[in-house]
Design a protein around this ligand. Structure first.
Ligand SMILES: Cc1cc2nc3c(=O)[nH]c(=O)nc-3n(C[C@H](O)[C@H](O)[C@H](O)COP(=O)(O)O)c2cc1C
Length: 348
């Protein structure tokens, strides 16, 4: 059904459903809302809860090996008969095996994250019957990914939690949405309320992807300390990692500031000083800097070490105010979107 036709000619039809129709049909869900994969956070419980609530949960494979992923998929399937996806990091050394694990388990959608996916991975996923979703950081790459076989795209702005690009969703949406119509485009980064969802749908997004907003879902297994940090955090506390020296690049990650982020600055300064004193090579120094955060997200999410661990969170963290069931969060977002649309129509 054409969204515009439905909006104007079908009295009582849910206008938000109509705006989400293309995205929802692509995902096989009631609502075109993806739960963005979050390493350690997006496991069976949160993924199944989101899918059971009519959204689309996505398992974060992260560094899991194939047998562990197979186990997680099976456990998720035991909790939901609704569609869900799996997010694979493209630089994983066993990428093709992981794709095969998804195909063997009849996972319908594979999300490739962390870089442009290699052609053989896209080909294997599609030939095996899965739909492929890729992240597009700019219009030229969005077009290239569609040509390479991506069935849908996610554009993620720098407001998001975790690893981020330099451009905000406000700008990426304007750069990409008007020009990519062949495949559905989902938008991510900084979305925490339904009014924003409505705006992006009206701009041409097929749907949305949220991460931060789902961390405090009751079903989410993140440590209570991690959830508490989200409940306390304000938008201004969720900052990208700071790089001290252009010789030692740092991958930008948006996270709540804590002892760990302070120590990271000291760690960089110490490595840079040793490099300048000729005590460490550039390569070894770079590795020392990169290794600082190894295992840090797990320490925060699983062990609850919110001082030294990584508190990856997006700017929408300020909109997370209570722990509530996933279904309630989804219902709240949709209610806000509907109310905003009705208010607009009523001229309020
Ligand atoms: C704690 C955390 C971990 C994340 N881990 C991943 C990941 O493993 N793979 C990935 O593609 N995106 C990851 N993301 C990004 C989310 O999938 C999602 O795109 C993002 O959270 C959307 O922006 P928002 O946080 O503003 O809602 C992570 C985000 C957070 C907050």
């Amino acid at each position: 059904m054409d969204a515009q036709t439905d909006l104007t000619t079908a009295p009582g039809a849910d206008a938000i459903d109509a705006l989400m129709a293309r995205g929802a049909a692509f995902l096989g869900t009631r609502h075109a809302i993806l739960g963005g994969a979050m390493s350690w956070v997006s496991e069976r419980n949160l993924v199944a809860a989101l899918s059971n609530a009519g959204a689309f949960g996505v398992i974060a494979c992260g560094a899991m090996m194939p047998d562990r992923l197979a186990e997680e998929i099976a456990a998720t399937q035991a909790l939901t008969d609704k569609p869900f996806g799996v997010n694979l990091i493209t630089m994983h050394p066993n990428l093709l095996e992981l794709v095969q694990v998804c195909l063997d388990a009849k996972v319908g959608h594979i999300v490739f994250a962390g870089g442009i996916p290699p052609g053989p991975a896209i080909k294997a996923a599609k030939e095996g019957g899965a739909k492929v979703i890729c992240f597009a950081p700019a219009l030229a790459l969005a077009k290239k990914l569609v040509r390479s076989g991506a069935d849908a795209l996610v554009i993620e702005g720098s407001e998001a939690g975790g690893h981020i690009g330099p451009v905000s969703l406000t700008v990426l949406a304007q750069e990409i949405l008007p020009h990519i119509r062949d495949v559905p485009v989902f938008v991510a980064g900084g979305i925490g309320r339904g009014e924003a969802i409505l705006s992006y749908l009206e701009m041409g997004a097929a749907g949305v992807q949220l991460g931060t907003r789902f961390v405090c879902a009751t079903e989410c297994v993140a440590h209570p300390n991690f959830k508490r940090a989200f409940l306390r955090g304000a938008a201004r506390d969720a900052l990208p990692t700071v790089q001290l020296d252009e010789n030692f690049p740092v991958i930008p990650v948006r996270a709540l500031q804590n002892e760990g982020t302070k120590r990271f600055l000291e760690h960089q300064a110490a490595v840079i000083a040793r490099f300048k004193a000729g005590e460490v090579t550039k390569e070894a120094g770079q590795l020392e800097i990169e290794h600082f955060w190894a295992g840090a997200l797990r320490r925060a999410v699983v062990d609850g070490d919110v001082e030294q661990g990584s508190l990856m969170a997006g700017q929408s963290v300020g909109l997370v105010t209570k722990e509530q069931p996933a279904a309630e969060i989804i219902a709240e977002l949709l209610d806000q979107a509907r109310a905003a649309l009705l208010a607009r129509r009523a001229g309020v």
